[in-house]
Design a protein around this ligand. Structure first.
Ligand code: DMJ
Length: 933
């Protein structure tokens, strides 16, 4: 054994190895292949890589520069209105605001990115600003998790690189651990959160008053998410080891020990939320995305950073369960912790995109390549990864807050495989960000990836993570001023030095519940991929895994992809009836329903209600099929309701200095020109007089041939539309009269007609909330002539406009009125007569109310016959997906053979225990319905 660099990654790590060796070995795994790869996708030239690296630097300057110019010292930049987001001054967005502690979040989160991007001078300035301006003692309730990963992590990452620079002797010579002192102060502020019997932290804390005092306004919560309680160890241990104050690492370890104790013992999975007092699982669904993600990440990385084998043992146990139940390559699907063969949902969330990166660190490259490829195809379809998408790759939640997880996995996969394909992937990410998210004042989150509309937000993680991973992807060793392999990335991509593993180790010796156990070799299976052996022998390895999945999104066969395992283990038996196949007129289906204990009730309004009495099922297996059928029916029904609603529309400002870059989310109308069927409408805007548009316009010459702006209220939407149409307008935008309303905080709705025939309305009509509307009104004040495009999806920017833009002074593009003008609601005292006519786009499905102890779902007669997956069946018949299906089926059969839980389906379980399980499932399902990321 000649030291970390010379050791084969596939060989077991020596037990009780010096921590630094363990850590360095893991880091070595991630980088060793880069230099040896020669085949596969076309290699990218050094020049092109440098060009892309420079592009990343320019993009970072645009994001960071605009934050510093328009937002600092606020926590975040609002890139559409060019100002800072100050908590309390903007309408609350709910939990997402808990990251904002009035502590210049974006600046702290950006510190170590500045050094990675070789902006040492700017780093020095930024550190001085943090020390001068940031106050950690604000009377504000913040999320313990977010404050830990972003602020504590940011300060520690900044400190780690400050001392590195100081040691180099050129920069930061004045630095005397000031960031570390701030980190320690913050650490002490977070500690009261751990004052629970379980040791799991409260989810929120008041930075000034802690938890208990009445002024704290927090401390009554009973639940937290698993990731929230399980993503502390890296920052807390680093803080302890940097300072010698052992308490932080001890608290974080206790929380992890408790979670480990509470894992579901037969599946070895953890749920999404847990009661911090009793330790009961509150949400029993389990995946690798939202709510759990970084708990797993921190177990493996805690092993890498701290060298404590018990973390590896835990990680491997969970990983085994994940691969057994959740991983259905290329998909990762949530299951129930008690019944892990039962999928808990039919969609995936965007946060799971980090998982391939973690699999690289684990050394399990194949599924990492597969999942990454699937995600990339979803991105190619929608330009960004939507917050959630279904197993057949349709958009489930359409937002995209510029999350970095996919870039993170791309970076790690490139490091592991050296396959230039991943450089091309990175290039696409850069192009899409510039094309669709870049606005004059920074980068704006996508409100809806389908329409290309924006949200007035640029989260701090965009600077902390996205630019780091993209820059590192294209950088060669010499492009970075320090050795990145000496550091580990936290979940927020902050850098902690691996030498911490050998510093102040006393804490781990005092370790609380977990005893050191000698690990057998199986714990090191895949721990560290020996890429040097793997790839040179088979240079097309990554490509050979990706290739069969090339069309998985376009030609998806979700039916074949999910649940094959359940179907396969009942060999010989007929596959259970799926909700999407069900037809109430098919006698065979009715017979199956009866066997499953499901009865059909014909409601007076013509709908059909399904009710399941588990006890009436022919067997426990039929009862289980019945439960699943009901769950599928509920999801299908809600999906269909969603699909029947009109999707949101886009208002894109195309005139100077916006040039199509600002896209506002607009509500559609149930009348007038349907923008999804016709070409977009383009025109200059003009305010109508009267502004409410409720009577004949007195300024027809001003709106003639233009898009009229009208204020909401005082008459029906259709009446406004007729009045502006009669005045010669070619379209209309109704702006909400409710000052401060925004699509960030209010559910979008569609404007209803007036109950009469609206065929006479020929022009397109869209609705904007007040905040979005004021962006147009501000623009009119500033630039007078404002041209917009009304469409169903934002259009690519006009190349002519681009040229015009390049020749315009840079500042022009940023003068998008920092001064916020409220819409002219003062002019008219608006009366909302229309609300009764409005249909909420987000209205919950009416007919989904599980009846008492039974499961119930209602479907309309039309839904019974419509088959939303018809195209998938066709694809199946065409045979295009058969290989994948067979492959998955074969794989699942093998898995089932060795899976003790599978026999559950064959054994007869006592009916009361099944009923108890079902009730849990139903509860979990109800929770899941309420779930938000
Ligand atoms: C980041 O703040 C962290 O990566 C966290 O673990 C979850 N994801 C966000 C960004 O999407």
């Amino acid at each position: 054994m000649s030291g970390a660099g010379g050791r084969g990654c596939g060989s077991p790590v020596p037990q009780r190895a010096p921590w630094s060796l363990v850590a360095a070995t893991a880091a070595f795994c991630l980088v060793s292949a880069t230099s040896v790869w020669t085949a596969g996708a076309e290699p990218m030239s050094r020049e092109e890589k440098q060009k892309l690296g420079n592009q990343v630097l320019e993009m970072f300057d645009h994001a960071y520069g605009n934050y510093m110019e328009h937002a600092y010292p606020a926590d975040e930049l609002m890139p559409l209105t060019c100002r800072g987001r100050v908590r309390g001054q903007e309408p609350s967005r709910g939990d997402v605001d808990d990251a904002l502690g009035k502590f210049s979040l974006t600046l702290i989160d950006s510190l170590d990115t500045l050094v990675v991007l070789n902006k040492t001078k700017e780093f020095e300035d930024a550190v001085r600003k943090v020390l001068r301006d940031v106050n950690l003692d604000n009377d504000v309730v913040v999320s313990v998790f977010e404050t830990n990963i972003r602020v504590l992590g940011g300060l520690l990452g900044g400190h780690s690189l400050a001392i590195m620079l100081k040691e180099k002797g050129e920069y930061m010579q004045w630095y005397n651990d000031e960031l570390l002192q701030m980190a320690k102060q913050l650490g002490y502020k977070l500690l009261p959160a751990f004052n629970t019997t379980s040791g799991l932290p409260y989810p929120r804390i008041n930075l000034k008053f802690g938890i208990r005092k009445p002024e704290a306004r927090t401390g009554t919560e009973t639940d937290t998410c698993t990731a929230c309680a399980g993503t502390l160890i890296l920052e807390f241990a680093a803080l302890s080891r940097f300072t010698g104050a052992t308490i932080f690492e001890e608290y974080a370890r206790k929380a992890l020990d408790f979670l480990w104790e509470k894992r579901q013992r037969s599946s070895n999975l953890v749920g999404v939320t847990i009661n911090i007092h009793t330790g009961d699982w509150v949400r029993k669904d389990s995946g690798v995305g939202a709510g759990i993600d970084s708990y797993y990440e921190y177990l493996l990385k805690a092993y890498v950073l701290l060298g404590d084998d018990s973390f590896l043992e835990r990680f491997n146990t969970h990983y085994d369960a994940i691969m057994r139940y959740i991983s259905q390559p290329p998909l990762l699907l949530d299951v129930h912790i008690h019944k892990p063969m039962l999928n808990a949902r039919t969609w995936m969330d965007a946060l799971l995109a980090f998982f391939p990166g973690l699999q690289v660190l684990k050394g399990d490259i194949r599924p990492a390549i597969e999942t990454h490829e699937m995600l990339y195809q979803v991105i190619k379809k929608h330009n960004f990864l939507p917050e959630a998408f279904t197993t057949d790759f349709r958009v489930h939640w359409a937002q995209h807050p510029l999350r970095p997880e996919f870039a993170e996995s791309t970076y790690f996969l490139y490091k592991a495989t050296g396959d230039p394909y991943y450089l091309e992937v990175g290039k696409t990410l850069i192009e899409n960000l510039n094309k669709y998210a870049r606005v004059p004042c920074g980068f704006a989150a996508m409100k809806d990836v389908r329409t290309g509309s924006h949200e007035d937000r640029m989260d701090s993680f965009f600077l902390a993570e996205m630019f780091k991973y993209l820059y590192l992807l294209f950088a060669d060793k010499e492009d970075i001023i320090f050795d990145i392999e000496d550091y580990i990335f936290t979940t927020e991509a902050h850098l902690l030095p691996l030498w911490l593993s050998t510093t102040n180790q006393s804490i781990s010796k005092k370790n609380t519940t977990s005893e050191y156990t000698e690990l057998d070799d199986s714990n090191f299976d895949w721990t560290c991929p020996n890429t040097q052996i793997l790839f040179p022998n088979d240079p097309l390895y990554a490509q050979s895994i990706r290739e069969p999945l090339k069309n998985v999104v376009d030609k998806s066969c979700p039916r074949g992809i999910i649940r094959v395992r359940e179907e396969s283990f009942r060999s010989g038996a007929k596959p259970p009836l799926r909700a999407r196949d069900f037809m109430a007129t098919n006698p065979e289906h009715l017979e199956i329903l009866k066997k499953m204990g499901v009865s059909l009730i014909h409601l007076k309004d013509g709908r059909v209600q399904l009710v399941q009495h588990a006890i009436q099922a022919a067997s426990s297996i039929d009862a289980e099929d019945g439960l699943r059928f009901m769950q599928e029916m509920i999801e299908l029904s809600s999906q269909q309701q969603k699909e029947q609603q009109l999707p949101p529309r886009a208002v894109q400002i195309v005139s100077h200095p916006f040039f199509g870059r600002v896209v506002l989310t607009a509500g559609p109308a149930q009348f007038g020109l349907d923008l999804s069927k016709h070409k977009e409408t383009r025109g200059f805007v003009a305010s109508s007089k009267p502004y409410n548009g409720c009577s004949e316009l007195t300024n027809p010459e001003a709106v003639m041939g233009k898009i009229a702006l009208i204020q909401r209220g005082q008459c029906m939407f259709a009446e406004k539309a007729r009045n502006i149409q009669n005045a010669g307008a070619i379209g209309g935008i109704v702006i909400d009269d409710n000052e401060g309303s925004s699509s960030d905080t209010a559910p979008l709705f569609q404007m209803a007609g007036d109950g009469k025939d609206t065929d006479d309305i020929k022009i397109p009509m869209l609705f904007l909330f007040s905040k979005e509307g004021s962006i147009i009104l501000d623009a009119i004040r500033e630039y007078e002539e404002v041209e917009v495009l009304l469409s169903d999806k934002a259009k690519d920017r006009d190349p002519e406009m681009e040229n015009e833009e390049q020749s315009s002074p840079e500042n022009d593009s940023q003068n998008q009125s920092a001064e916020q003008v409220s819409s002219s609601s003062q002019e008219v005292d608006s009366v909302d007569q229309e609300s009764s006519e409005e249909n909420s786009l987000n209205s919950p499905p009416e007919s989904l109310s599980p009846a008492d102890m039974d499961n119930a779902a209602s479907i309309s007669p039309s839904e019974q016959t419509s088959n939303p997956t018809e195209n998938h069946e066709t694809t199946n018949l065409n045979g295009e997906c058969t290989d994948l299906d067979n492959q998955l089926q074969e794989q699942s059969e093998t898995e089932e053979d060795s899976n003790p839980n599978v026999s559950w389906g064959k054994k007869v379980q006592p009916i009361d225990s099944i009923l108890a399980d079902w009730n849990e499932d139903i509860e979990a399902f109800e929770m899941m319905e309420k779930d938000e990321l």
